[in-house]
Design a protein around this ligand. Sequence first.
Ligand SMILES: Nc1ncnc2c1ncn2[C@@H]1O[C@H](COP(=O)(O)OP(=O)(O)OP(=O)(O)O)[C@@H](O)[C@H]1O
Length: 553
Amino acid sequence: MDRRRADSDFITASSPVTLYGEFTQGNNRKVRCAVQLTEKDLVVQRLSSAPVGRNKVVLSLRECVGCRAYREDDKADPSAYFAAYFYPLRKRRWMKCAPWRQRVELCFRLAALQEPHANLEEAEKWARAVRERSARQQHLRDGVLLSSLPRPCRLMLFVNPQSGKGQALSLYDNHIRRMFNEAGVIHTLIITERQNHARERVRDAELSQWDALVIMSGDGLLHEVINGLLERPDWEEAIRTPLGILPSGSGNALAASVHYYSGVPQVTSEELLVSCGFLLCKGLVSHMDLVSLHLSSGDRLFSFLSLAWGFVADVDVESEKYRHAGAARFTVGTLVRLASLRIYKGKLAYLPASWGRSKDNALQKGAAAFCRNPPSCLEPSSSAKQPSEDSCPNTCHSNNSLKLRRTEGKSPQSATKDLPGPPDTLLPPLDQPLPSDWVLVPEEDFVLMLAMYQSHLAEDLLAAPDARLDDGVIHLFYVTAGISRNALLRLFLAMEKGTHLQTNCQHLVHVKVQALRLEPGTGKGIITVDGEVVEYGAIQAEVHGGLGRLISG
Ligand SMILES: Nc1ncnc2c1ncn2[C@@H]1O[C@H](COP(=O)(O)OP(=O)(O)OP(=O)(O)O)[C@@H](O)[C@H]1O
């Protein structure tokens, strides 16, 4: 046992002991320990002399990913072993950094009996007991029973060797392979060879063979996998396959979001990978919102993270050339784009989340004006009002949006009648007017539009602090023209801590919506979905609350 660990973990077990044994340490037969298993902890006390208060380790079973029993090859030695693997949060003493998960292995040697099988049976009894109690600790969160992956579980793991700085395979070798072994996770490794490789694999896969599909890359590969699943004829069943994310890209926004939801302080790079690996090994499955997007070509695609236009989309794409810098590429890209700050012309409308209308009758109400061409359609009705805080309580800062004018006699059809995947009940076809309860943003000069459905835009950009995996909400942000370079830079700096909404920037608007439509002005531009470029033009989106499944903490 690592003595330093013992020093830092001197706390007392909190529940009655259910199993007790005295063993020697796996790697040092001279050190004898009393091992106690409670419902919540594994408690190890050195029996050999040690300074008072420095000889006891208590490790929470919540932080245990696995435990196994084994014998070594030496036939003359009747002893057996059990090893338990923990990833507790630790502070680095010598730095004022956020705590991060560090691996602790506890290994004990059982040699009380002459018969090797009897020692192995005893070791297996311990390993089983540790695993079972550890699993019981996970299944309850706030008294609610969570679903989890079966054990042992079988994963299909996609690794994109080109993602981020091109180190995904060595990150897999250095961290993930060992963690999966410790947790009893059986996985088939698929190294992606090109764009759409993963999409094609999941489109054709016999999904019943797998308990989960895990993506080790940036966000782009998960985008492919989700769309591959929703292109299948059996999409309804396919999209229920639990997905997992292991960060090896440069943005890693979903991984950062999952880590954030687990309630531990922000970390980046390999520390984020270890945290996500830990959550994956724990195997708790939650629902995840997905967003359906319609492009002007008539195509539909699904998104799990973000839709961006203007400044953010430009930075994402223009910073590709700094990819070797990892996550720092966005900082460099932001500074470069700030130097040549642009105004983006367009029209934006949304359906607020809080107005709580029934999805079923959404398109049966009258039509409102926000069609692509006639300018007259966009004039607000004389009775239109600025939404009050009461009617739209999610709005942050000034939002002088106007409710859309009702156009009597039109009954727009759903845009997704013949498309695979779930039907969109809130969206008329893109070339038809929007229903009357949509809100048209009166400004037409923007610096950015960003729709987020998870908390993080990148590892260190907490764009939507109150977003949750399945809150059924799109967090729509837009920044109107007139903001100074300094103010915009301050917003992005504040976003690192998620405090940008408290900066009282009058150009920043945040509203929670269930659907939106964007019509960029003519000309060239960039729109990104989950960080991937899509065709430029009118686009609309509708959230499907909890449609997907994600392994999260
Ligand atoms: N072997 C490969 N060579 C080139 N491209 C690949 C390969 N495998 C997958 N891809 C494609 O690379 C694209 C980018 O992947 P992804 O977004 O996951 O990583 P990233 O761009 O490094 O990360 P981030 O989005 O966090 O910056 C995806 O569209 C994916 O299809």
